[in-house]
Design a protein around this ligand. Structure first.
Ligand code: PLP
Length: 426
């Protein structure tokens, strides 16, 4: 694996982008990718991406999270390849799906039952439907800056201080049962529960707000949420699609010691394969099993998906990478700050070693609104310059560390970061 330091235009990527534009809107297949990074990728292995232009990138985006074991992890690829020889989709049950569900429950420790789906977006929908069926209520609380997929009833954005539908074509009415609150404010939540707690089916949140700023819950906040949900008979849903099996083997539940009623998993638990799950307490989950609550999907629990989950979770359980990820993440966070200080740049680095946030400024950040006090636009420009210099990142500030990142990647990342700041003027 040679480290190419070629500079200049990405000629082949530009050609491919023009071609892609002819047949795919924006040249991409997920709107998240409209904002880059833009070079076209030829292949990926471990913590590295290789572009069609002959460049390499040390990767801290990890495909938006799934590649927690690194790209193309041998143990997962081998397991999936072997399993696929026996068929891909049966339209019937098979033992590997039992094995994968058992493993999710034993590794995460708290859930009783699992339903697999293909995407995190779908797993969230299943959890919301279950909560509404179980409570006979419709309204939910979700929080500003948390992401739970792109569907009409949950996707929100801010326009001039008002929260609502985030996309043209979205049916705004589908958000009507949704109270969109600032996160991490226990007093406000108590007030809202007093107003309409008895009408709520669910509270859904990222238990650590990784999608906006990698912000941890304030001490006692999750406990307050848990207590309010218990008091008012509301289903607490932790969306652990990003935090699950990443910030600890047992995700946010293990780190913060608060257990939800339902949770959603995805990304890190399948080594890069498209799988997600809704998990939770038996008395709630069994409503899917009676047929009372519908949850369906042609591709749910495919042979390939189940092999990927089993191989990934076995690896995470038997060779836990968390100490190594922590060491790399901490060294990277402090290395970035040291280099920035030498260049007299007011960089802010916050979060956990497995997922942290980089920006400019020094505001006290505890929710989406305070996050906006940082200079996020300036970081977006820096991220584009970092990509030009061989660090693969998105512009929204989050850096993900994988089990495949080691000393060589740290050295490459810090050298390239230093070079970028040397040249960078905005
Ligand atoms: N929930 C969270 C917390 C996420 O971060 C995401 C995706 O980034 C989703 C749900 C949606 O998952 P997917 O993109 O697999 O549909």
């Amino acid at each position: 694996m040679s480290i190419s330091e070629v500079n200049g235009r990405n000629v082949r990527s530009d050609e491919l982008h023009d071609r892609a534009l002819e047949r795919s809107p924006g040249g991409v297949h997920s709107n998240v990718r409209l904002r880059g990074p833009h070079p076209f990728i030829r292949s990926a292995k471990g913590a590295w991406l290789f572009s069609v232009d002959g460049r390499d990138y040390v990767d801290y985006l990890l495909g938006q999270g799934p590649n927690f074991l690194g790209h193309a992890p041998d143990q997962v690829i081998q397991a999936v390849s072997a399993a696929c020889r026996d068929g891909l989709i049966y339209g019937g049950q098979h033992e590997p799906e039992i094995q994968a569900a058992e493993l999710v429950c034993s590794v995460a420790k708290w859930p009783d039952m699992v339903r697999f789906s293909v995407s995190g977006t779908e797993a969230v929908q299943a959890a919301l439907r279950l909560a509404r069926a179980a409570t006979g209520r419709t309204e939910i609380i979700r929080f500003q800056g948390h992401y739970h997929g792109w569907l009409d009833n949950i996707f929100v954005g801010e326009h001039d201080g008002t929260w609502g539908a985030a996309s043209a074509g979205q049916v705004a009415d589908h958000l009507r049962p949704c109270h969109i609150l600032p996160w991490n404010d226990a007093e406000l939540l108590v007030e809202k529960f007093e107003q309409y707690g008895s009408r709520l089916a669910a509270v859904i949140m990222e238990p650590i707000m990784i999608n906006a700023g990698v912000i941890e819950p304030l001490p006692g906040y999750l406990e307050t949420v848990r207590e309010l949900c218990d008091r008012y008979g509301v289903v607490l849903i932790f969306d652990e699609v990003i935090s699950g099996f990443r910030i600890a083997l047992g995700g946010a539940v293990e780190r913060y010691g608060v257990t939800p009623d339902l949770a959603t998993y995805g990304k890190a638990f399948a080594g890069g394969f498209p799988v997600a799950a809704v998990v939770g307490r038996q008395d709630l989950m069994c409503r899917f099993g009676t047929g009372e609550v519908n949850h369906s999907g042609t591709f749910n629990s495919s042979v390939m998906a189940m092999a990927a989950v089993t191989a990934t979770l076995t690896s995470l359980r038997d060779q836990p990478p968390y100490a190594k990820v922590g060491e790399h993440g901490r060294a990277l966070m402090s290395g970035l700050l040291d280099i920035a200080a030498r260049h007299d740049v007011n960089l802010r680095v916050a979060g956990l070693p497995a997922a942290f946030h980089v920006s400019f400024g020094d505001a006290q950040v505890r929710d989406y609104r305070s996050l906006q006090q940082l200079d996020l636009a300036r970081y977006e420009r820096l991220a584009a310059a970092l990509v030009d210099n061989g660090i693969w990142l998105a512009g929204r500030g989050v850096w993900y560390v994988s089990a495949a990142h080691g000393a060589r990647e740290l050295d490459a990342a810090l050298t390239r970061f230093d070079k970028t700041l040397e040249e960078w003027k905005v």
